[in-house]
Design a protein around this ligand. Structure first.
Ligand code: HEM
Ligand code: HEM
Length: 189
């Protein structure tokens, strides 16, 4: 039997192809960002670390755009996507996902705000996005300095919790949660 195709848009049974492409590309790139910053924290300015540090601003800028698209797409599909279920676990999942959305949007936004307010031009791909500010916009730079890195680590903790919960769904409850975000198993029932 040929595999059923995953629809473009979300449905009450599965997340569609666009949500999935956004979820997995954002997941891979966010993990890249966090991995690079963890290496920087542990090893400092070693040559192999500078490869990750050098990609941090361009990859983060691409992430900001992908995350914006994702929030818009989630909103457009809000009445037509898999339910989180009733009860405490359902409420927990909804709150957990809401926190993931909020923090993953805030982290690159704060970095871009700081880049906008900085006295150095911001050109992540060699093309100037923000010119240098003279004098720098202190509140924007201050907010980014105070919160970008810290919330980046909060995001890492949220992701850890998220992956542990997916593991519980798969390993203990076996309720087909993963099948809604990957593969075609959920469509064959
Ligand atoms: C790499 C390991 C990951 C796995 C195995 C995974 C798996 C999943 C699965 C199975 C769902 C569907 C849950 C459901 O139907 O209720 C989901 C949803 C979600 N994931 Fe992940 N994920 C991973 C990484 C990430 C990362 C790194 C982020 C954030 C940067 C993230 C953000 C989200 C969000 C916000 C949702 C909710 C989607 C919605 O209802 O709009 N995930 N994930
Ligand atoms: C979702 C995307 C992003 C994630 C997950 C992320 C995560 C992080 C983390 C965890 C740190 C380390 C903080 C520390 O050393 O304790 C960091 C630092 C940094 N990030 Fe990002 N970042 C992202 C996007 C961006 C963007 C778009 C820019 C540039 C506009 C940027 C610029 C920086 C800079 C300059 C630092 C070093 C200064 C600081 O610690 O704030 N990041 N980032």
């Amino acid at each position: 039997m040929p595999s059923p195709t995953v629809p473009l848009r979300d449905t009450p049974t599965v997340y569609g192809r666009i949500t999935r492409a956004l979820h997995w590309s954002i997941a891979a790139l966010v993990l890249w960002q966090l991995f690079g910053m963890t290496l920087r924290l542990i090893f400092g300015r070693q040559p192999f670390v500078s490869f990750f540090v050098g990609s941090h601003q361009p990859v983060g800028t691409v992430l900001f755009v992908l995350i914006l698209l994702r929030v818009i797409w989630a909103f457009a599909n809000r009445d037509n996507r898999p339910s989180h279920g009733a009860g405490l676990v359902g409420i927990g999942a909804r709150l957990g996902h809401l926190a993931l959305y909020a923090v993953m949007l805030l982290v690159p936004s704060l970095a871009l705000l700081r880049a906008w307010g900085s006295d150095r031009a911001f050109a992540p791909f060699g093309v100037q996005v923000f010119p240098a500010q003279t004098p720098p916009v202190d509140w924007a730079v201050g907010l980014g300095d105070a919160l970008h890195g810290e919330l980046g680590w909060v995001l890492a903790l949220l992701i850890l919790g998220h992956v542990v919960m997916v593991g519980l769904h798969e390993g203990m409850w076996r309720d087909g949660t993963m099948a809604r975000m990957a593969g075609t198993r959920a469509l064959r029932r």
